[in-house]
Design a protein around this ligand. Structure first.
Ligand SMILES: Cc1cc2nc3c(=O)[nH]c(=O)nc-3n(C[C@H](O)[C@H](O)[C@H](O)COP(=O)(O)OP(=O)(O)OC[C@H]3O[C@@H](n4cnc5c(N)ncnc54)[C@H](O)[C@@H]3O)c2cc1C
Length: 378
């Protein structure tokens, strides 16, 4: 039973992007995993086909699609079993900051490039000493001689090497209020004083360029302040709802993908019917993956109706990511020896899923926010 109200147009879009992923993405994944980054031209190819920022208005080159197009793009990309082409981060997490809070000039300047793939976007919140507690960030923003000067370091930034534009969170050192001192700035990679470090050598998500970003007297024009000065923290919190929901959707997709692969592998390995232990394990895992799908799709519907439920989005992010990690680990157990080699596709899924418990807010933070929202704690 379909919960989400897909139309004929949605299904045609799904067919197109599935074909694209099979022909233009999947064949390059092994190379990208080795390179630690995806080829730049894939962004342009995605843009040319209309697969980036599907929600953007036609005046910026977009198709003005609803959130279901974003979900379809995410689901089809998940089937390529890699997490390097972070198109959903670009399209549905970062660029929406510009669409929601940007001035007309900022939208006209940046949105067409974000839609066409000429501009790759990133969001920089995390610092070496400020992860979960974002309000303790120290990257400073000071107005001098007609510019905002940014000084500090951001760490573990997805699309860190490929990005051309970074939504950067920074604080006014003169403002004592931890939350009201944070503002967001649109930083172009060519701005004086902006540079990048080496990519992180991570446990998983090998094809994604996760890097440190350095701001050394980085000169940002005053007009590149995004939204109101001092409103950065609330903008980040507002946009984290969609990010967390998408991570939950993706975790559910990854669990489904791993299960499908595992069933295929077991069929090949089997000399006879599956044992009762194996078939029971598959039934239990399929039940969990289905439960996750129903849960996240209900939240997608609510999100589309503008009724985000903070507690349940956090619950979905924590539970779906834990469930997917648990399921994929058990898939490896069932596959056996074959699952100790890189030839087994579920190995990469297993590695890539670990970070789902950490980014977009760690699962401990998800429980903290949910507990507060449900009135279980202060
Ligand atoms: C692959 C990858 C990509 C990323 N991409 C981006 C990106 O694009 N942009 C960006 O800004 N950041 C990004 N991050 C950073 C990510 O968002 C942070 O790692 C995350 O917010 C957690 O911060 P931390 O690692 O500093 O952990 P910490 O905040 O130091 O937490 C350490 C542990 O303590 C727990 N903890 C902390 N505070 C509490 C509390 N109050 N109560 C209970 N438990 C608590 C946490 O849950 C965690 O288990 C990325 C990280 C990775 C690994």
């Amino acid at each position: 039973m379909e919960i989400l109200p897909y139309t004929k147009e949605h299904l045609l879009f799904r067919e197109r992007i599935r074909d694209f992923c099979q022909k233009k993405v999947a064949p390059h994944v092994e190379k990208w995993e080795k390179d630690g980054i995806v080829d730049r031209q894939i962004w342009k190819a995605m843009g040319q086909e209309g697969f980036l920022c599907t929600w953007a208005d036609s005046c910026y080159g977009g198709m003005g699609g609803d959130f279901l197009y974003s979900i379809i793009a995410l689901e089809e990309m998940a089937k390529t079993n890699h997490y390097g082409l972070d198109a959903f981060l670009h399209s549905d997490i970062v660029v929406p900051y510009i669409a929601s809070y940007g001035s007309r000039q900022q939208k006209e300047k940046y949105l067409p490039g974000c839609v066409s793939g000429d501009i790759v976007a990133a969001v920089a919140m995390t610092e070496p000493d400020a992860g979960s507690d974002l309000a303790s960030m120290s990257l400073s923003a000071e107005e001098k001689e007609g510019f905002v000067h940014l000084n500090g370091v951001k760490t573990f930034i997805s699309n860190g090497l490929s990005c051309d534009l970074v939504v950067t969170a920074a604080r006014d050192p003169l403002c004592e209020n931890r939350h009201a001192s944070v503002s967001l700035y649109l930083v172009e990679s060519g701005f004086e004083g902006f540079s990048r470090g080496r990519p992180a050598n991570k446990l998983g998500v090998h094809s994604q360029d996760t890097a440190e970003l350095y701001y050394q007297n980085c000169k940002v024009p005053l007009q590149n302040l995004l939204g109101k000065k001092g409103a950065g923290f609330s903008m980040l919190m507002e946009k984290l709802a969609q990010e967390r929901l998408l991570v939950a959707v993706l975790a559910a997709c990854k669990a489904k993908f791993a299960l499908e692969q595992t069933i295929e592998i077991l069929k090949h390995q089997a000399k006879g019917p599956l044992s009762q232990a194996e078939s029971f394990a598959l039934v239990e895992m399929t039940t969990e993956a289905e439960l996750a799908r129903v849960f996240v799709e209900k939240l997608v519907l609510e999100h589309m109706a503008g009724k985000d439920d903070t507690a349940r989005v956090c619950m979905a992010k924590y539970w779906a990511s834990e469930m997917a990690n648990r399921v994929v680990s058990q898939c490896l157990d069932l596959i056996g020896l074959e699952a100790t080699t890189e030839a087994c596709p579920v190995v990469r899924t297993f590695r890539d899923l670990r970070v789902f418990k950490i980014f977009a807010g760690t699962n401990e933070i998800m429980k903290k926010v949910a507990a507060k929202s449900l009135g279980f704690s202060k």
